[in-house]
Design a binder for this molecule. Structure first.
Ligand code: PGA
Length: 250
C-alpha cells in the first residue's frame, strides 16, 4: 500500500527568522499521522533547518538540484552537496523553474538523474498551462513531460521517485483543480507508468499541487490516485500545513 506524503515548498518566501519559527511551530504541533511529511527550504537555510528537524519525522528537501555533479557551474548546487545535509527529496521541473529559468524536459531529466545518483528522491513536477487545458491538451502535455524523463532515465528509476501533478493555472492563484479533475490526470499518469511496469506504477506516490489548503485537502486526498500534496503558500503556516497533513483518510 502506498504511503501518503505532503511536501512543503517554501519557495523564496521566507527569511531566516521565520524559517526557524515555522519549524519550531511545526514540531510543537505535529499530529500523529501515518504519512510522510517534508519541507523544502531555500538552499541557504537547508543546513540549519536540517539540524532543527534532526529528531523529528519531518524530512528535508530542496527546491531544485543542478544538472551536473560538479564543475564550473556558478551559482548551482549539486545533488551530492544536498546529500551532505541529509536532503531526502529534491523537486525537479517545478513550473516556476520551467517558466522563469529555462528548465526544459531535457534539463529536468538531467536533474532527476543527478538526484537519484546521489540517493535523493526526485519529486518530478509536471503540469499543463491554462491554455493547454482550455485547448484540451492536458493529457498530451503531461505525457510529453513525463515521457521525456522516462525515456531518459528508464522506468526502474521511478521506483524511488515522487511525481507531483501541478496544473500551472492552479499554482499560487487560489484556483484548485477539482478533486475529480486532479484524479483524472493522476490516474492517467499512473496508467502511463503501468504500460512500462505495473508494480512501479502501483507503488509510486503521485501528489497534487496547486493552491492546496486545509479546506480542499480532504476531498483531494479522498481520491484513489492522489497520494498527497506539494504545498506552496499554505506550507508557510504551521497551522495550515499540519491541517493539510492531518487530512488523510485513506
Ligand atoms: P501553491 O504552490 O500551493 O502556492 O499553489 C504549489 C507549488 O508551487 O508547488
Amino acid at each position: 500500500m502506498r504511503k501518503n506524503i505532503v511536501i512543503g515548498n517554501w519557495k523564496m518566501k521566507i527569511n531566516h527568522q521565520s524559517a526557524q519559527k515555522l519549524i519550531d511551530d511545526m514540531i510543537a504541533g505535529m499530529p500523529s499521522v501515518d504519512a510522510d511529511i517534508a519541507v523544502c527550504p531555500p538552499y541557504l537555510y537547508i543546513p540549519e533547518v536540517g539540524q532543527r528537524l534532526a529528531d523529528s519525522n519531518i524530512a528535508l528537501g530542496a527546491q531544485n538540484v543542478a544538472t551536473h555533479s560538479e564543475g564550473a557551474y556558478t551559482g548551482e548546487i549539486a545533488a551530492v552537496m544536498l546529500n551532505d545535509f541529509n536532503c531526502k527529496y529534491a523537486i525537479v521541473g517545478h513550473s516556476e523553474r520551467r517558466a522563469n529559468y529555462a528548465d526544459t524536459d531535457e534539463t529536468v531529466g538531467l536533474r532527476f538523474k543527478q538526484a537519484l545518483d546521489a540517493n535523493i528522491i526526485p519529486v518530478l513536477a509536471i503540469g499543463e498551462l491554462l491554455e493547454d487545458r482550455e485547448q484540451g491538451n492536458t493529457f498530451d502535455v503531461v505525457a510529453k513531460q513525463l515521457n521525456a524523463v522516462l525515456d531518459f532515465v528508464g522506468i526502474e528509476s521511478f521506483k524511488n521517485a515522487v511525481i507531483a501533478y501541478e496544473p500551472v493555472w492552479a499554482i499560487g492563484t487560489g484556483l484548485t483543480a477539482s478533486a475529480e479533475q486532479a484524479q483524472e490526470v493522476h490516474l492517467y499518469i499512473r496508467q502511463l507508468l503501468a504500460e512500462k511496469d505495473a508494480q512501479i506504477a502501483e507503488n509510486i506516490q503521485i501528489i497534487y499541487g496547486g493552491s492546496v489548503k486545509p479546506q480542499n485537502a480532504e476531498a483531494l486526498f479522498a481520491m484513489s490516485d492522489i497520494d498527497g500534496a506539494l504545498v506552496g503558500g499554505d506550507s508557510l503556516s504551521a497551522d495550515s500545513f499540519l491541517k493539510i497533513y492531518s487530512s488523510f483518510q485513506k
